[in-house]
Ligand binder design. Structure first.
Ligand code: DGL
Length: 272
């Protein structure tokens, strides 16, 4: 599999577009395949075994398209399934997304960091090991906040509705009241409500709050791995192709609304 091959990127739905944006910007010659598993979203409350099964089915689908690398653009799927994906494709570059605890620990001044993520991510062994390691090394306290229902609001395109604002406020307020001055967006759907989060923060406190998102570091890691393996596509026009187990028009409008892009989108039978 050579440099001409595409890169597969997937998420439970449209959240991974917040990562795809950085991949597309840093690798403008690459052919990107984006798989939104919107027919099965949200992953956040599903049992780990289901998330692993979905992730392996999607990885296999993308590999059938000849992917030279995979990006698991979903914190929940990374926590549950990246190990299984790497075991299945041992020589393939596979990049995952994890809540940015390390950068947050370096940024906080109060020593308290709020972590907004799905229930699945926050209860995973992978997340809790990382959290314990960083707390042991830095004394930073992490306050996990499961944001149940928030990825769904983003899937519905409700980035600024009264219902989304009420939900987000309910999650933010206790974190800020407990002294968090840094917030980790530990779900790839959440950067799309960052403007709303910032607006609500301004209503809750006048203190500066730093928001940490991991889309850009993920793109950098992908560039690093492809460069090391001599797999960068150096020239040619970059393309994006979307696949979805949900509604074709929903993914088309998410591309247009969230990224200003109009790639072709193919509906995929839910069994992938
Ligand atoms: N976007 C996903 C994440 O980064 C999960 C959202 C969901 O399906 O619950 O965790």
């Amino acid at each position: 599999m050579g440099a001409e091959a595409p890169i597969g990127v997937f998420d439970s739905g449209i959240g991974g577009l917040s990562v795809l944006k950085y991949i597309h910007a840093s690798l403008p010659n690459e052919q990107l395949l984006y798989f939104a598993d919107s027919g099965f979203a949200p992953y956040g409350g599903r049992p780990e075994s289901e998330i692993v099964a979905r992730s392996l089915a999607i990885a296999e689908f993308l590999m059938q398209y000849g992917a030279k690398a995979l990006v698991v653009a979903c914190n929940t799927a990374t926590a549950a399934a990246i190990k299984a994906i790497r075991e299945l494709y041992p020589s393939l570059p596979v990049v995952g997304v994890e809540p940015g605890l390390k950068p947050a620990a370096a940024l906080t001044r109060t020593g308290t960091v709020g972590v907004m993520a799905t229930k699945g991510t926050l209860s995973s062994t992978k997340f809790n090991l990382l959290r314990e390691q960083i707390t042991a090394a830095t004394n930073v306290v992490f306050l996990p906040q499961a944001c149940i229902g928030l990825a769904d609001q983003v899937e519905k395109g409700e980035l600024h509705s009264a219902a989304t604002a009420a939900l987000v406020r309910g999650y933010l307020q206790p974190l800020i009241e407990q002294g968090a001055d840094t917030l980790v967006l530990g779900c790839t759907h959440y950067p799309f409500v960052q403007p709303l989060i910032e607006e609500l923060i301004a209503h809750i406190t006048s203190k500066p709050i730093t928001i940490v998102d991991t889309g850009e570091p993920v793109a950098r890691q992908l560039v690093r791995l492809l460069t090391e393996k001599g797999l960068l596509r150096q020239e040619g026009v970059g393309t994006i192709t979307g696949f979805t187990t949900g509604s074709q028009t929903a993914l088309e409008s998410a591309f247009a609304k969230l990224l200003g892009l109009h790639p072709p989108v193919m509906p995929i039978a839910a069994s992938a």
